[in-house]
Structure formats: C-alpha cells, structure tokens
Ligand binder design. Structure first.
Ligand code: ADP
Ligand code: ASP
Ligand code: MG
Length: 421
C-alpha cells in the first residue's frame, strides 16, 4: 500500500470553476509524487453563508435538522465538480459524501462531533487508482440523520480522515500561506510561523484564529496526525507545520494574537450568594447545549447576601439563554439581566509565557496606554484573554502584536474577500 496524503481545500480555493481546475492540478501533482490521495473539500466560496441567509429569510428560527440538510448541500456541489475536473485532466476520481464514506457523528445538529469513520470504501476506491474526493463538514448519525460539524468543520473532517486512514500527513490548503502571528487581514505585517505546537495552535484556534477549526487541532494532537497549513495559490511554499511541543524551541513569550467578535456578555445582577446558585444557573445552560466561555463572580455584598455573575456566550445563543434565565428567575431571585453585545475578546497565546512573569502586566499596560478598558480577564497556562469594547478590537490587536515583537517587514498575501452579507 502506498502512503496516503489527505489534502483539504477551503471555500476560497474552490470559489469558481477555474479555481476548481487549479485545485485538480494541485491534487494530480501530489498523486504524481507516488501517493494515494484523499481530498476533503469545502463548499464553494461563500456558499454556506448564502444558504444560511436564505434559511433566515424563510424563518427566524429554522429547525436545526433542516438547517443541516440545507448546509450539507454546499459540499455536495464542490465534490462532484472537483471529481469532474480531475477526470477531465485524466485522473481517475470519485466523489463521496459522508453517508457513502461512513463519517458517523453524535446526534447533535449544527455542531456534531465525529465518533467513528469507516475506511473500507475509501480504501477500496484508492486501490482502484482513484483520487477519493470527500465532502467536508458533514456527517451522518447511526439512524441516518445528516449532521454538520460547525462552521469551519471541513478541517476536522480532513484531520479525522487522516487519523482513521493512518495518513502520512494532512495538508490544509487555504487562502493564506500558513499560520501567522495574527490574522494577516488585520495586520498585514504579521509573520508566518514555520512551525507551531499543537497546544498553542489549539489555544489560538479556540480564541478566534479561524485558520484552523479547533476540533481539527484537537483531533490531530490526539491521533498524532502531522498537520500542515499551506497556500493553494503558492504550492511550493512550505506553509506552517503543527508539531509536538518537545520539538520546539521557545524563543519568545508570545506566539500569536487573536480576536473574537462572536461572543456577548451577560451579567445576572444580585443573585443569592448561596451554595448551588452557580450550579443552577450553568446547569440550565448546559442542558440546552449552550457553551459558556468566561465566567466572573463578583465579591459578595455581605449586607445584602447577593453578588453578580457575568459570563460570555456565543451571540447566536442569546435568545435561548434569556429564555432559560427567565425560567430560573424564581429560583435565582436575581434583580435584572444586563446584555453587552458590543464586545471583543482579545487574546495572546504562547507556550513561552509559562516561566516568564510579567506577560499579563505587559498586556494590560498596552491596553491601558490605548485607554482601552478591560471588562473581563481569563487566563490559562499559555493564554491570556481580555474582553474589551468591540470598536477597540483592531487597535488592541495591532498594538499587542507590535509590543510582543511579532511583526516582520514583508506583507502577507491573502486571497479572497470577507463575506459581505
Ligand atoms: P478556508 O476557507 O480555506 O477554510 P478560512 O477563512 O476558514 O479558510 O481560514 C483562513 C483565514 O483565516 C485567513 O484568510 C485569515 O484571514 C484567517 N486567520 C485568522 N487568524 C489567522 C492566523 N493567525 N493565521 C492565518 N490566518 C488567520
Ligand atoms: N462550508 C463550511 C463553512 O463555511 C465548512 C468549512 O468551510 O469548513 O463553515
Ligand atoms: Mg476554514
């Protein structure tokens, strides 16, 4: 059996038919190196955004099952077109959706986790000499329901397939030349990282560096899949390798800066300062599958026996969260709920900050010098995040990137545009 390489191409890489033909050439190039090639592909361009927009034109709260039926169609279009482009260029190819492959997920619409992947049908097709083009982002439950893996989830499809097939490498082809010290669309002088550890990449992905889906990094780390991010448009460039931390020298305290505008902050005011209050509140949210990120409980006001609990959630979960709070009002006896939806989470990440004191202070001082107020703070061993006002996000990222010495002289090349719908 030959070595298997998994190649994943994102939306910008297959945005139109010319780009699809270009991707076919990149695949044939890999095959000609003597590898078996499995390709994972996303929906074309902004197709997924467009499908979402149509759903919301029909319903304010579309059923999550039907949403997955709809969103999964985007990837079905691109796999068929890419297989045709490969065949047209003389390369035997077959497209397969998640049902045909057997990409089994848990039954959670819109954000399912992959549980198991069948490899027999892919291997059978590779043995026949085919390039196998698999639809990213979609899965199927045991009872044949279609699910999707969350926005950006094709990365996870690719890494999970690479793990299941014991592939030599998983290459994520995208519209930038690798992982940068921050989003090169925000800071053009961001530096490309030659390599980054799984741990740092996971933190960066979780705090908003959407170049990789967090679960893809998690899966790569778990199954030790060698992972590389590289450009579809400059095939000879090395890109960025995601590697184990032991292989790396930690030259600097901070490896990357990221921003995330997808969250909002809720403050539940004057809840009872009793054992069990937080448990009731967060259990209510957990049952509804609502993820909470940062949590801060204020110092108790002894005379009143109350305090405030503030937390952040994804903007899309606001309505459901408010409904749950309303139901818990009698039990928690809070006075009111305050919603702040104009926030940004700004984070610095670096394994090198572990033994270096003063990194948090330097971050806070940088924000203070810009007169930016910090609304919440959270830390992990290799990450510090601050919630600030949304309109301060860009200058915060730019300054932190400069202060932690992450700039380079070159200007990063980025393809594609941002969705404007
Ligand atoms: P694809 O469609 O190929 O999956 P994505 O849009 O999901 O592409 O991810 C690539 C984008 O990620 C880049 O265009 C860039 O704007 C953004 N990005 C955010 N943070 C980073 C980072 N640290 N390094 C590189 N790209 C980043
Ligand atoms: N098409 C999906 C999205 O736009 C999945 C992906 O591109 O990874 O989120
Ligand atoms: Mg992506």
């Amino acid at each position: 059996m030959k070595e298997i390489i998994v190649q994943k191409f994102g939306g910008t890489s297959v945005a139109d038919t010319e780009k699809i033909k270009n991707v076919a050439r990149a695949i044939i190039r890999e095959k000609n190196l003597g590898h078996d090639v499995v390709v994972v592909v996303s929906a074309m361009g902004h197709t997924t955004d467009y499908l979402l927009k149509m759903a919301h034109e029909i319903s304010a709260r579309p059923s999550s099952r039907e949403m997955d039926m709809l969103l999964s169609t985007g990837e079905c279009v691109s796999i068929a077109l890419l297989a045709m482009a490969l065949q047209e260029q003389g390369c035997p190819a077959i497209s397969m959706n998640a049902i045909q492959v057997g990409i089994f997920t848990e039954k959670v619409y819109n954000n399912a986790r992959i549980i198991n992947i069948r490899t027999d049908r892919i291997i059978e097709n590779l043995e026949k000499g085919n390039v196998v083009v698999v639809a990213g982002f979609q899965g199927v439950t045991e009872d044949m329901e279609i699910t999707t893996l969350g926005r950006g989830g094709s990365d996870t499809s690719a890494v999970a397939l690479a793990g299941a097939l014991n592939a030599t490498r998983c290459d994520i082809y995208t519209d930038v030349e690798g992982v940068y010290t921050t989003d090169p669309r925000i800071v053009p002088h961001a530096s490309r990282l030659g390599e980054i550890s799984y741990e740092e990449m996971l933190e960066l992905a979780r705090v908003g560096a959407n170049v990789l889906h967090p679960r893809a990094v998690e899966t790569a780390k778990q199954h030790k899949v060698p992972l590389r991010v590289r450009s579809t448009f400059k095939l000879d460039n090395a890109g960025t390798l995601i590697v184990g931390v032991d292989n790396m020298e930690l030259h600097r305290p901070v490896t990357g800066v990221a921003s995330d505008l997808s969250q909002l902050r809720i403050v539940v005011c004057d809840v009872k300062d009793n054992p069990g209050t937080a448990a009731i509140l967060f259990n209510g949210l957990a049952i509804a599958n609502i993820s909470v990120d940062m949590i801060i409980q204020s110092y108790a006001r002894k005379d009143l026996n109350t305090n405030d609990i503030a937390f952040t959630i994804d903007k899309k979960d606001l309505e459901q969260t408010l409904n749950i709070l309303e139901k818990l009002k009698a039990q928690l006896a809070f006075s009111n709920v305050h919603v702040d939806d104009k926030i940004a989470k700004i984070s610095i990440v670096g394994a090198g900050m572990i033994d270096r004191p003063g990194i948090a202070a330097k971050m806070f001082k940088t924000l203070a010098d810009l007169d930016i107020n910090i609304k919440m703070i959270s830390t992990s061993e290799i990450k510090i995040s601050c919630i600030v006002a949304e309109d301060k996000a860009k200058e915060a990222v730019e300054s932190l990137h400069k202060v932690f010495d992450l700039e380079c002289d070159d200007i990063a090349e980025v393809k594609g545009d941002l969705p404007n719908i």
